[in-house]
Design a protein around this ligand. Sequence first.
Ligand code: FAD
Length: 399
Amino acid sequence: MSRTDAEVVIVGAGPAGAAAALDLARAGVSVLMLDRPAEARAKPCAGGVTIKAAQRLRFDITPVVRETVSGITMSHAGRWVDHFEAAAPVCLMMHRPELDDFCLRQACLAGATLLRIPGIARISQDSVSAVDGEGRVTISASDGQTFRARWLIAADGAHSPVRRLLIGQPGGAMAMAIEGLLPREQVVDRPWPAMRFDYASQAGGYGWLFPKGDHINVGLYTHCGTRHAVSRERLLAYSSERLGSDALEAIHGYPIPVRGDQQPLSAGRVLFAGDAAGLAEALLGEGIYGAVLSGQMAAAAILGGGGMGSDRGRNVGAAYARSLQSWRRELRLTRWLASAWYRLLPAPYALLRMGLHKPLMSGFSEGLTLAQSKRRWLTPDTAAGRRRAYRQTSVGRRD
Ligand SMILES: Cc1cc2nc3c(=O)[nH]c(=O)nc-3n(C[C@H](O)[C@H](O)[C@H](O)COP(=O)(O)OP(=O)(O)OC[C@H]3O[C@@H](n4cnc5c(N)ncnc54)[C@H](O)[C@@H]3O)c2cc1C
């Protein structure tokens, strides 16, 4: 059976894997991405790309933006319905397969290679190679091919086969979401909706409508999948209630791992990124930002070196963990917030209406995280902060 060598192998070519591949390839490192066949890759995702995620990407994603959103409609139990508008975009609506293809193409144009494999069978690590005194990782695919690399980035999603093989599945409840697509022609007697969150449409979370031009992505989210299940029946009922039709296509449920602050980020010469490292946030279930951020940080840690010989794996792992410290603190905060927010509803919704929407919407439009929005609002320089936050932000350009 064949064996392929590369400096870095990345398992998983979603947002985390593609972000890591792009930075490594641009730095001249040989990168091989491994992913399953395209037809096995359908990833349930509402494709809402926040401004902070768009700003993190190294390229302009305008070609795959379906709709640009600067206002969000929110409701609680149909009693309160509010539309909160920011002066600048707060979210970009993508169809997820188009976004993935686009990001993947950027990585390949930079020099990364993509290979389709049926799955991963085995991972092994040797501490010292006879060639240069450094360790190697060997990845065996389930069709018998093997791949050998100095570093492996596991960006293989919520069920991460690499993590399962190396250190087992993490404990603790995951968030869960279920979604379906409603074709535009099914929306006959209602106006085309704005981006919408309906709190109280799903216990422990919310229902969403994300408009995408030719369809609406309709979904339910819960921050704790073991306590509050999402279901197909509830999704169909929600779609009928909001849009007058339950003719949803491509219905899929999937976990969203939100416990990245409690999980190891590396094991020897393997770095975990994105959902494989549990880096989505729990309040809304946003995972693309954490995926792109961690992919880039994994690449930076590898490019940063970490000394020579057998300590190198440990040093690179430590540098990677340091670079994600503040995001992991934010994950802990948002998990706590999610649990309080959904337990205390409708009181938090009342706070939103009373003015909390302002720092949130301005923070979203400026590309701030929740903690940064909160800090901005509480600093003495608040008036200037708010003015800055409402100024038009440029979207999606980094270089
Ligand atoms: C229903 C739903 C809606 C969501 N909506 C949003 C949203 O609107 N905005 C947002 O920011 N986040 C959203 N999320 C979260 C977001 O989708 C994830 O956090 C994000 O995709 C994580 O990116 P990733 O690159 O880490 O993993 P993934 O996107 O899951 O990519 C993992 C890759 O690994 C590959 N892979 C898996 N197993 C193997 C294997 N054995 N061999 C080779 N390759 C393998 C997969 O094919 C895939 O390409 C949503 C999640 C769900 C479930």
